[in-house]
Write a protein that binds this ligand. Structure first.
Ligand SMILES: CC(C)(COP(=O)(O)OP(=O)(O)OC[C@H]1O[C@@H](n2cnc3c(N)ncnc32)[C@H](O)[C@@H]1OP(=O)(O)O)[C@@H](O)C(=O)NCCC(=O)NCCS
Length: 146
């Protein structure tokens, strides 16, 4: 398993991961969105035997003490093999390297699989945002302080 910084050559692979992981109720990113973020923000891609298995997109606002995980996804065939955890750990290392004090994210409160992984990785629920998703599902705000 290798974690690399994504570049333009990874666009098709990122879109394929996205299409499988998210639907219209989950703010799925388009190819244009990925192109924008590849230029502006860190996207790390996890490759297993050379195949793109998953990615994590991070947002860094200068004024915020925390890095934000905007999106994380792993292809179904590669799930439960530690790719999600490896991408999270890469984001912790990156956040520390740029002087952030912690990392935060929003997650659908019904996304038990993701929430379990975040809690195992040291995230704590800090609040709820009602009607966050297009289908009105609430989001949990989760944060990990280093
Ligand atoms: C959430 C998501 C990114 C997790 O990715 P993943 O690669 O399956 O994550 P991991 O393999 O690191 O961990 C998942 C589980 O597998 C377990 N696991 C990890 N390595 C394992 C291994 N070698 N053998 C068995 N189980 C393992 C982990 O302990 C974890 O268990 P838990 O769910 O009980 O905590 C993935 O399910 C996904 O893409 N979901 C759809 C998109 C999504 O919901 N993204 C989050 C939006 S906020």
């Amino acid at each position: 398993m290798r974690i690399e910084t994504a570049d333009k050559n990874d666009l098709d692979a990122l879109c394929a991961i996205e299409a499988e992981a998210f639907d219209e109720n989950s703010f799925a990113l388009s190819q244009q969105n990925f192109l924008y973020h590849i230029k502006k923000n860190p996207i790390f891609i996890c490759k297993i035997n050379g195949t793109a298995a998953g990615y994590i997109l991070l947002l860094q606002h200068k004024k915020s003490a925390n890095l934000r995980i905007y999106s994380i996804a792993v292809k179904k065939e590669f799930r439960s093999h530690g790719a999600g955890l490896a991408l999270l750990e890469k984001s912790f290392a990156y956040a520390k390297s740029i002087g952030k004090k912690g990392i935060k994210l929003e997650v659908n409160i019904f996304n038990t699989r993701a929430i379990n992984l975040y809690e195992k990785s040291g995230f704590i629920k800090k609040g709820i945002i009602p009607n966050y998703y297009p289908d009105d599902a609430p989001a949990a705000i989760m944060e990990k302080i280093f």
